[in-house]
Design a binder for this molecule. Structure first.
Ligand code: G16
Length: 566
């Protein structure tokens, strides 16, 4: 007997005023999505309504999640609403799991109109943790500011949403499922796809798998340790690094995606990926890496826990880009980094005569450059590295890039980085994060600081700390004019540049779920090869002292120090 068509219903709702997407999607405490009436539905409808009706009817979208708590419930709602809003086909990862890079890859591969990713990235998960919804567009990358602004405007006045409450899909069964809907001419289709397959096939076209396999197997194999931090990357690490590239099964740890990431922050840095750091310090492994919840961030470590700063990581990959077959085919069009990322990449670009773009924080800005054929490789201080193979940062791509370089250069991670510093000089770098600050205190701090540092008399001011002397060369609130579409993005961080190329930057984060986060970045450049092996925090101590004094951040927030130091 044929099933009766599934009803499409319209539900009345009341708008929320806090659904403006941040640096990458809408991130809130899970409880906000779980308990505030229609919170997810309102935002999902705003996303779907932001797509022009003609483009939306019958189109294909991709849906994935990093597996965190509330993802399955959210996927069910999104499927029901996509169907009711005229989407023709949804491609979803099996069990609802897809990494952010895999979503970007699939959107591009199947020419979907976009995708929805359920993740709060590196933020903790679980009922007491964070949840998030990201909307990516047809190029595979995060929606531009004009799109997210449109979504926000819709969310402020929304009065109803459309949904098929009786539609149920099976997320475990690979393959196609079809549903007849009331008043719809064509059936609504859902396709459940393997989590890894499409992404793996793409990586095969980028890297020399035989060379990497040669490095990871055999009597002189490089022993690696890869920590998926119970995020989405577990299945990718096992299948790609272990099954395909031959790394022993015990190289991969924390590979079962958990709804609460085992109670940890799935954040690949020295503060949260401590078990990897400890394992690397033991000296047994020559290469270590960790990923965040949704698999776009990465941290690279060498033997004995040698830390590769993310700003250095992209610069080293740039300088060794010929070790990656993909770039031999495509050529190198340009490099890009976000403004707070150290200028190490600029020095490589200068030597290689490749243009380097400086963008605001947020991967969407790189996507625009890539679409216009202006950027091949980019990176951010926030543990993001990637290329124009997709339009998101890509943690496993970064790992394979590093393994390709090690295989070609036959050097250790530490040797590669130190040779890089000897050749290009070293950009000492560190970041202080003050999390969950009262938003009013953060706002006034930034406002007052801007008034001080942008006064004309501030230029040429001298700061003496110990026997260091810094002279202010330039100060500004960073704004960016996109070289492709001319759109100007303002208020992207206060920066002080000194005559010796040192920089101090103050910026409000756009990814927190509670209060405000102020980030302070400090950087100084050392050309002298005899001085490139020092402790960053010692070298940067005087600049940090200037930053703390100028901002009075401790007095104004009642904090005694940062929440996290990177
Ligand atoms: C997102 C963006 C990145 C950005 C990072 C940090 O990453 O995709 O481009 O650098 O947030 O942003 P903020 O400094 O504003 O907190 P993810 O991995 O959190 O999605």
């Amino acid at each position: 007997m044929e099933n009766a068509p599934i009803p499409v219903v319209t539900v009345q709702t009341v708008p929320y005023d806090d659904q403006r997407p941040g640096t990458s999607g809408l991130r809130k405490k899970t409880s906000v999505f779980e308990s505030k009436r229609n919170y997810l539905q309102n935002f999902t409808q705003s996303v779907l309504s932001s797509i022009d009706l003609r483009d939306r009817q019958g189109c294909t979208m991709v849906v994935g999640s990093d597996g965190r708590y509330f993802s399955r419930t959210a996927i069910e709602t999104i499927v029901q609403m996509a169907a009711a809003n005229g989407i023709g086909r949804l491609v979803i990862g099996q069990h609802g799991i897809l990494s952010t890079p895999a979503v970007s890859c699939i959107i591009r591969k199947i020419k979907a109109i976009g995708g929805i990713i359920l993740t709060a990235s590196h933020n903790p998960g679980g009922p007491a943790g964070d949840f998030g919804v990201k909307f990516n567009v047809a190029n595979g990358g995060p929606a531009s500011e004009s799109v997210t602004e449109k979504i926000y405007q819709i969310s402020k006045t929304i009065e109803e949403f459309a949904i098929c409450p009786d539609l149920r899909i099976n997320l475990s069964r690979l393959g196609r499922q079809e549903f007849d809907l009331e008043n719809k001419f064509k059936p609504f289709r859902v396709e459940i796809v393997d989590t890894v397959e499409v992404y793996l096939n793409m990586l095969r076209t980028i890297f020399d798998f035989t060379a990497i396999k040669g490095l990871l197997t055999g009597p002189n194999q490089l022993k690696i340790r890869i920590d998926a931090m119970h995020g989405v990357m577990g299945p990718y690490v096992r299948r790609i690094l272990c099954d395909e590239l031959g790394a022993p099964a015990n190289s991969a740890v924390n590979c079962v995606p958990l709804e609460d990431f085992g109670g940890q922050h799935p954040d690949p840095n020295l503060t949260y990926a401590t078990s990897l750091l400890e394992a690397m310090k033991g000296g047994e492994y020559g290469f270590g890496a960790a990923f965040d919840g949704d698999g776009d961030r990465n941290m690279i470590l060498g033997r004995n826990g040698f830390f590769v700063n993310p700003s250095d990581s992209v610069a080293v990959i740039a300088a060794n880009i010929c070790c990656i077959p993909y770039f031999q085919k495509t050529g190198i069009r340009g490099f890009a980094r976000s403004m707070p990322t150290s200028t190490a990449l600029d020095r490589v670009g200068k030597v290689m005569k490749i243009p380097v773009y400086e963008t605001p924080t947020g991967w969407k800005f790189f996507g625009n450059l890539m679409d216009a054929g202006k950027c091949s490789l980019c990176g951010e201080e926030s543990f993001g590295t990637g290329s124009d193979h997709i339009r998101e940062k890509d943690g496993l791509w970064a790992v394979l890039a590093w393994l390709s370089i090690i295989a070609a250069r036959k050097r250790s991670v530490e040797e590669i980085v130190k040779e890089h510093w000897a050749r290009f000089g070293r950009n000492y770098y560190c970041r202080f994060d003050y999390e969950d600050i009262d938003p009013r205190a953060a706002y006034y701090l930034m406002r007052d600081l801007e008034a001080v540092v942008t006064e004309r008399s501030f230029i040429n001011q001298q700061f003496a700390v110990g026997n260091h002397n810094y002279t202010v060369e330039k100060t500004e609130n960073f704004e960016y004019t996109d070289p492709v579409d001319g759109i100007v993005t303002r208020n992207q961080g206060l920066r002080l540049i000194f005559t010796d190329d040192s920089r101090i930057i103050f910026r409000l984060s756009g990814t927190g779920s509670m209060g405000s986060t102020i980030r302070i970045y400090a950087e100084s450049y050392e050309r002298d090869p005899s001085k490139i092996d020092r402790e960053p925090q010692v070298v940067l101590g005087p600049l940090i002292a200037i930053a703390l004094k100028l901002s009075q951040i401790h007095d104004r927030t009642g904090r005694r120090g940062p929440t996290v130091i990177t």
